[in-house]
Each structure stands twice: as C-alpha cells, then as structure tokens.
Ligand binder design. Structure first.
Ligand code: HEC
Length: 112
C-alpha cells in the first residue's frame, strides 16, 4: 500500500463522515420550511390577530359584543389597513409596522 494514498483516503473518509451529516443537518430545516404550513410568518400574523383583535372580533372573526363580524365580509385589504391605523368609534387605533400591517390585513380579509 502506498502510504500517501492511504492518508488521502483517511482524510476523505473523515471529511465525508463529518461533512455529510453537517450538510443534511443544515439543509433539512430549509427543506422543511418550504413544505408543511404553517410558516413562522403565518404564525406571527395569527398571534398578532389573536393578541390585538380577537378580544373584540372573536378568535375566528365572527364578532363579539365588543366588535363586529369580520369573517366573510370581503373587505379590501386597504380598507382593513386604514381601519387598523385610524381606529373607529369603538375601536382603538393600532400602530402596527409594515410588513405586518399588510399581512394582517390580508389575513383578516381571508377570514371566512
Ligand atoms: C376594543 C374592541 C376592538 C378591537 C381591539 C379591535 N376592533 Fe375592529 N372594530 C371594533 C368595532 C366596535 C368596530 C365597528 C366600528 C365601530 O363601532 O367603531 C370595528 C371595526 C373594524 C373593521 C371595519 C368593519 C366594518 O364593518 O367596516 C375592521 C376591518 C376591523 N375592525 C379590524 C380590526 C383589526 C384587524 C383589529 C386588530 C388589529 C381590530 N379591529 C381590533 C372593535 C375593535
């Protein structure tokens, strides 16, 4: 056996043993992120709604004694955005920064 080839083989084997699992370990979360919903962003918007709006409009937007029904109303996202920003007679205004404001408006617009 040529000792230099042997050395190379050992180095390649070690590199393979270390790098391959590392690559799988690094790539797996990326693959996972693109498959099954919900994503982090969706969860963030959902909890934004639950924390700020659900108390009056209900967890599913069906309305409560303190807030009107939002589900199935087909609001334009711009209308929802300006309502969130400006508030209304019985609704406080909210200072929610972009891109969350737009995402929240889209979320509310899709409640059925
Ligand atoms: C304190 C209770 C309260 C909270 C909190 C609240 N709303 Fe409202 N909202 C209301 C009420 C009541 C109305 C109906 C208009 C009025 O009386 O002021 C309303 C109206 C609206 C409308 C317009 C509905 C229509 O019929 O034109 C939208 C859209 C809306 N709210 C979205 C939201 C979103 C999104 C949030 C969270 C960021 C939120 N609201 C938080 C009470 C609330």
């Amino acid at each position: 056996m040529n000792p230099t080839i042997n050395k190379k083989r050992i180095i390649f084997t070690i590199a393979g043993v270390i790098l391959l699992p590392l690559l799988v370990f690094l790539l797996f979360p990326m693959i996972k992120k693109n498959t099954g919903p919900p994503t982090d962003q969706q969860e963030r918007i959902q909890s934004l709604y639950q924390q700020n709006c659900a108390g009056c409009h209900g967890a599913e937007g069906l309305g409560t004694v303190r807030g009107v029904r939002l589900a199935g109303r087909n609001f334009h996202p711009d209308y929802i955005k300006s309502t969130i920003r400006q508030g209304s007679t019985r609704m406080p205004k909210f200072n929610i920064p972009e891109p969350y404001l737009t995402d929240l408006a889209v979320y509310v617009g899709r409640l059925q």
